[in-house]
Ligand binder design. Structure first.
Ligand SMILES: Nc1ncnc2c1ncn2[C@@H]1O[C@H](COP(=O)(O)OP(=O)(O)OP(=O)(O)O)[C@@H](O)[C@H]1O
Ligand SMILES: O=C(CO)[C@H](O)[C@H](O)COP(=O)(O)O
Length: 398
């Protein structure tokens, strides 16, 4: 418990590991829980010292957040693993530099509570934004917190786990940009915008094949969530610094198989420490078919585009890829035509993609753009650290 004592500091929201605490309400009422030291895992991440850099990743369930997180933590080095020796149903992932927390842990209503009150997990009433704000702020300021755990296996709120401030904290989930106070703590934010058609295809693939759900129940669950998705989740994309949009292909007329996707990386201009990647010539409008002698393409081929645009009245740069790669090692040909990738060495994008060739989306724009955003976040993190090192006053207020 030495590490715990060292990090608790003055956070008023912190509780002693053996104390009784009031947790966010579940099952319709406030619940009292008692927990012991065995429930906690002391993170191997060292405290950031100069303040944690906080990244937000928003998307609906089943839109690829976990896959993106695995790509992102890999860019920083080391495998992301669940906390060791703690709750096996923890949603947290810890790697050398980053800790990823899932915002489902801030559900204030458990599964029964939501059913009783007739709200979905996407509704703000089912989530404790006050606690989310207090805890993210504490971590950003270098103080450990005891974060609740929402157990997806049981649908209950479990005893909390200790989160020690890492160098990089990633908030992944339904609502990282919903609450203005939490949004204000983010150093960078991403929204994964998967179109209904594609979302449906992915859900069917996962929930039917891996979770044994029926087609009807998947359709019903998507329909039931849609009003709250439209009201509370989707609008967050206007606040994101980068949006990865996944759409049906335009290369196959009336495609109904959903195996090929058109993916857009929408990058806000003017974001500190974030210079959008581009194709050939910054600020131009470009359409590029790389298939030919240097890139193998089977039907329906590959088409790239790059252009300036506006998104929610903000200036953005857009990179677009429609189609899929046949041979991932040939990706170097595409990589060598992209600029401002924030790579540290030749072929880094290609290497990252090859390293995770078994991840979903590795042969298309989802994997490529997630990898590029991962590199951009590493660059942003390094810039923030360098800036704080150069200006101790900045570090103090971070
Ligand atoms: N880029 C992709 N291309 C194809 N399928 C994908 C892609 N990303 C995710 N999927 C599919 O969607 C499923 C969900 O992906 P993932 O677990 O990364 O999403 P998630 O947002 O973390 O989901 P949840 O919030 O429900 O845990 C995967 O099992 C996979 O079938
Ligand atoms: O939208 C979700 C985010 O992952 C889940 O549906 C929500 O967290 C509720 O989880 P469960 O369905 O396991 O009770």
């Amino acid at each position: 418990m030495a590490a715990f004592a060292a990090h608790t500091g003055a956070a008023t929201s912190l509780r002693s590991p053996s104390a009784t605490a009031i947790l966010p309400s579940g099952g319709g009422g406030r619940r009292r829980r008692r927990w012991g030291a065995a429930a906690f895992r002391v993170s191997t991440c060292s405290a950031a010292g100069r303040g944690t850099v906080v990244i937000g990743l928003a998307a609906d369930s089943g839109c690829g957040k976990t896959t993106f997180m695995r790509r992102l933590t890999s860019v920083f080095g080391g495998e992301a693993e669940p906390p060791r020796g703690s709750n096996p149903d923890s949603n947290t992932l810890i790697s050398d530099a980053a800790t990823v927390i899932c915002l489902d842990d801030y559900h204030s209503l458990d599964r029964t509570g939501r059913k009783e009150k007739g709200v979905t997990a996407l509704h703000p009433r089912a989530n404790d934004f006050d606690l989310m704000y207090r805890q993210v702020k504490a971590i950003k300021e270098g103080r450990a917190v005891e974060k609740p755990i929402y157990n997806h296996a049981t649908g209950l709120l479990d005893p909390p786990e200790l989160i020690i401030p890492p160098k990089i904290l990633v908030l992944e989930g339904l609502h990282p940009m919903y609450d203005e106070r939490v949004r204000g703590l983010l150093d960078f934010s991403i929204y994964l915008d998967v179109s209904n058609e594609v979302k449906f295809a992915w859900k069917i693939q996962r929930d039917m094949a891996e979770r044994g759900h029926s087609l009807e129940s998947i359709k019903a669950s998507i329909e039931a969530r849609k009003p709250d998705f439209d009201a509370y989740i989707d609008p967050q994309k206007q606040h994101a610094d980068a949006v990865i949009e996944v759409l049906p292909t335009r290369l196959i007329p009336d495609d109904d198989e959903g195996k090929v996707q058109r993916v857009k990386l929408i990058m806000k201009e003017g974001v500190k420490h974030f210079a959008p990647a581009y194709l050939f010539d910054e600020g131009s409008t470009i359409s590029w078919v790389p298939c030919g002698r240097k890139l193998s393409c089977s039907y329906p081929g590959i088409k790239f585009a790059y252009f300036p645009d506006t998104y929610f009245a903000r200036e953005v740069s857009v990179l677009e890829m429609d189609g899929k790669f046949d041979k991932l090692d040939e990706l170097i040909y595409v990589e060598s035509h992209l600029r401002n990738l924030s790579t540290k060495y030749y072929r880094e994008v290609t290497q990252q993609m090859l390293k995770h060739a078994d991840f979903p989306g590795s042969n298309n724009g989802t994997g490529l753009f997630q990898t590029i955003v991962g590199l951009k976040i590493r660059h942003l993190y390094e810039q923030i650290v360098a800036e704080r090192a150069a200006s101790p006053a900045l570090a103090a207020v971070a």
